[in-house]
Design a protein around this ligand. Structure first.
Ligand code: FMN
Length: 515
C-alpha cells in the first residue's frame, strides 16, 4: 500500500483465455457487422474475420461493389460461415428491409478497410448502396479502420471527413505507418488484424484481454439493446444524416461499456476476494472511489472541490516474455506532481500509474498497471471524470504475441519481434461516449515542439496538449518548461520545478471548467 489514499493493482490477466470457437459458439459472442470496402487491404478483412471468430465472435459481412474487386463473397462467406450481403436491390432480403435488419442484429459495425470514398460518403450521409444505406440506418456503434495511399490519407478532404466522423462518435482508428502497396511510405496502412480485434474488444467494453465467462453465464447479456435507453439519452443531437446515424451509435457504445463485469470470477482474474469486492464496487460506480477505508480522509476545499481528476503517469512496460519487456525513460514525476497538485486543489484524484518508484501523493487513489492495455482498461474503468490529464508515456506498440515461457538463445539467430499497435488511450478517451469535459494530453517532442503538439491536439481530439521539449534531460529530471497548446492560443511557461509546473497547470484546469 502506498502512503496515499489507496493503491490498486490491475491483475495480470494474460493467462485467462476466451474459450475456443466451438465452445464459444454455444453461447453468444459479440456480433460484428463487417463492411468491406474497395481497397487493396480488403484481403486483410479475411484475416480479421478469422480473428474475430477465433475470439468467439460472429461476423456478418457486407461487401461493397469496390470491395468485390479485391475479395470474393465466396471467401468471406466461407470464413464467416454466413451469407455475404452485396446489394441493396435484393428482392428476397429487401422484402423484409434487410439493410435495416442487418444493422440491428449486430453489437458493432466495423468498416474495414474504410476507403477514402466510404468515409466521405459516411461523413456526408450518402446512402447509394447497401453498405452506406446500412451505415446511415444503424443504431449501433460504428468503427472505421482506414487504409489508403498516404496522400489520400493526408488529403484535406479525408482529414475533414475523418474529423466529422470522429466528432459524430465514429471510432476511426489511426492507420499504421509503413511502405504501401504502391511503394510510397507513410501513414495509411491497415493496422494488424490483431490490433483491430483489440480495438473491437475495447469498443465493446470486453476489456483488453481474453477472458473466460463463468460456465452458464452470458458475458454479453447486459449489453443487449434495451429500448428504454433510447428515450432518455442525453446525447447531443448532431442534426443531419450523420448526426442521426452516430448519436444512436453513441448511446449503444455507452451501454456496451457495461459488458462483462459480472462474468469473471475473481480467481479467473487473479483477484483476492477482497480485491474482487473492491473491483465490483468500482464497476458499479463507473469511476474510482476511494478504496482503502483506513486512509479515507476528507478532501480539501479548493478550486477543484467536487471534481474528479483522472491522471495517467509513468511509462508502460510491454512484455516480450515473462522476464523481458519494452519500456521507455518516463519517470512519472510530472504526472505524480500534477496528481499531488490536483489533490491539494480539492479534487478527488485517480492516478493510473505505470511502473515507477514514486510514493503516492497524499489524498490520491492510485492504480498500478504495467502495460498499455492495462492502462487503457484502468482509464476506462475510472470514468466518468471532470478532467483527464494523460501524462503517461504509453508505448505505441507492444509485442504481438508475448511468449508464455522465457525465450531461449537458439543458435545465432535472435528472435524476431512482431509489434502491433497499442490502443490510443488519449484519442479513445477524447472521442468516446464518456468524454470528460476537459481532456488534456502531453506531447514529448525533440523538435518542432509546438507544431507537432498543435497537430497532435487536432488529431487526438484533445482540448489542450501540454508540450515539452525532451531533447535535454527532462525525462527523469526535476525541472520542465512546457507550452500549453489550446484551440486558439499557446501559453509558454518558463522552466521551473515540476511541482510548480503542476500547480500552474492545475490553476488553469480549474479556470477552464464551467462553474
Ligand atoms: C488497385 C486499386 C487499389 C485501391 N486501393 C485503395 C485503398 O487502399 N484505399 C482507398 O481508399 N481506395 C483505394 N482504391 C480506390 C477505391 O477502390 C475507389 O475509391 C472505390 O470507389 C472505393 O469503393 P468503396 O466505396 O466501395 O470502398 C483503389 C483502387 C484500385 C483500382
Amino acid at each position: 500500500m502506498g502512503v496515499g489514499r489507496s493503491r490498486t493493482k490491475i491483475p495480470q490477466t494474460d493467462c485467462v483465455r476466451r474459450p475456443a470457437v466451438a465452445q464459444a459458439r454455444t453461447m453468444s459472442g459479440p456480433r460484428i457487422l463487417l463492411v468491406v470496402g474497395g481497397g487493396i487491404a480488403a484481403y486483410k478483412s479475411c484475416e480479421l474475420v478469422r480473428q474475430i471468430r477465433k475470439e468467439g465472435g460472429e461476423v456478418t459481412c457486407v461487401l461493397t461493389e469496390g470491395g468485390s474487386h479485391f475479395v470474393t463473397p465466396m471467401a468471406l462467406a466461407a470464413l464467416s460461415e454466413k451469407p455475404v450481403y452485396t446489394t441493396l436491390w435484393d428482392l428476397k432480403n429487401e422484402a423484409e428491409m434487410g439493410h435495416i435488419q442487418l444493422s440491428r442484429e449486430a453489437d458493432l459495425v466495423v468498416v474495414c478497410p474504410a476507403t477514402a470514398d466510404l468515409m466521405a460518403k459516411m461523413a456526408a450521409g450518402i446512402a447509394d448502396d447497401l453498405a452506406t444505406t446500412m451505415l446511415l440506418a444503424t443504431d449501433k456503434p460504428v468503427m472505421a479502420v482506414p487504409a489508403m495511399n498516404v496522400r489520400m490519407w493526408q488529403h484535406a478532404a479525408t482529414t475533414r471527413n475523418v474529423q466529422t466522423l470522429r466528432d459524430a462518435g465514429v471510432d476511426v482508428m489511426e492507420p499504421d505507418e509503413g511502405t504501401m502497396a504502391c511503394g510510397e511510405y507513410g501513414p495509411g496502412r491497415l493496422p494488424d488484424p490483431l490490433a483491430i480485434w483489440q480495438r473491437i474488444a475495447w469498443a465493446l467494453g470486453l476489456g483488453p484481454v481474453e477472458v473466460a465467462p463463468l460456465p452458464g453465464s452470458d458475458p454479453f447479456a447486459s449489453a443487449r439493446f434495451d429500448e428504454s435507453e433510447h428515450r432518455d439519452s442525453g446525447d447531443i443531437d448532431l442534426g443531419g444524416l450523420t448526426g442521426g446515424m452516430v448519436s444512436q451509435g453513441r448511446r449503444k457504445s455507452r451501454q456496451a461499456i457495461t459488458f462483462g463485469d459480472a462474468s469473471f470470477s475473481h480467481e479467473d482474474l487473479g483477484f483476492t476476494p477482497e480485491e474482487a469486492a473492491l473491483a465490483a464496487r468500482k464497476g458499479e460506480a463507473r469511476s474510482a472511489p476511494a478504496t482503502d477505508p483506513d486512509s479515507l480522509h476528507p478532501l480539501r476545499e479548493g478550486p477543484l472541490s467536487g471534481r474528479h481528476v483522472l491522471i495517467t503517469a509513468g511509462p508502460t512496460w510491454e512484455p516480450i516474455d515473462p522476464v523481458r519487456y519494452i519500456a521507455n525513460r518516463s519517470s512519472g514525476k510530472q504526472g505524480f506532481a500534477i496528481a499531488a497538485a490536483a489533490a491539494e486543489a480539492g479534487a478527488r484524484v485517480t492516478l493510473v500509474s505505470g511502473p515507477v518508484h514514486l510514493p503516492t501523493p497524499p489524498g490520491v487513489d492510485r492504480i498500478d498497471v504495467e502495460s498499455a492495455l492495462q492502462m487503457a482498461e484502468a482509464v476506462r474503468q475510472a470514468l466518468p471524470a471532470d478532467i483527464a490529464v494523460m501524462v503517461a508515456a504509453v508505448a505505441d506498440w507492444r509485442v504481438a504475441q508475448a511468449a508464455d515461457q522465457k525465450l531461449k538463445k537458439r543458435g545465432s539467430a535472435p528472435p524476431a519481434l512482431l509489434l502491433t499497435e497499442n490502443p490510443d488511450i488519449l484519442a479513445t478517451l477524447a472521442t468516446g461516449p464518456n468524454r470528460p469535459p476537459l481532456v488534456i494530453g502531453f506531447a514529448a517532442e525533440t523538435q518542432d515542439v509546438i507544431r507537432y503538439a498543435t497537430e497532435k491536439r487536432k488529431r487526438k481530439g484533445a482540448d489542450w496538449i501540454i508540450a515539452n521539449d525532451v531533447s535535454g534531460d527532462v525525462m527523469g529530471g526535476d525541472v520542465n518548461a512546457v507550452h500549453i497548446v489550446r484551440a486558439d492560443d499557446v501559453i509558454s511557461l518558463p522552466e521551473m520545478p515540476k511541482e510548480d509546473v503542476a500547480r500552474a497547470l492545475v490553476e488553469r484546469f480549474a479556470d477552464a471548467l464551467p462553474r
